[in-house]
Design a protein. Structure first.
Length: 109
């Protein structure tokens, strides 16, 4: 899977790939990736990424999501997606594994 394909699947699962998705998680998640501002701030700082002049929110988030994917090459794609979703690494055998999310990610096109 390419970083772009990973980001696309995340967008499909999170918002049906809707760039105008309404706020989620009680107003904490926004955009088609439904990212929380603190997640974006932490990971963009980790990867030394900053918004480019006149860059859209969506474009910046895509770059951070792609970098997130590329930084976890020892994990299965669905595990990286779950890490994105839950905010921490998780295995399919863990009690907090979200089977529905994993299935939607795996089946996203």
């Amino acid at each position: 899977m390419t970083p772009f394909e990973f980001a696309h699947r995340i967008a499909v699962v999170e918002s049906n790939n809707n760039p105008n998705a309404p706020l989620g998680d009680d107003g904490r998640a926004l955009g088609r990736f439904q990212v929380h501002p603190d997640w974006l701030f932490d990971w963009s700082a980790h990867f030394h990424l900053t918004p480019r002049l006149m860059e859209t929110w969506d474009s910046f988030v895509i770059r951070v999501v792609e970098a997130f994917y590329q930084s976890h090459t020892t994990m299965m794609d669905v595990e990286i997606a779950m890490y994105f979703h839950l905010g921490h690494p998780c295995k399919p055998t863990d009690s907090d594994w979200d089977k529905d999310y994993a299935e939607r990610f795996t089946n996203a096109a």
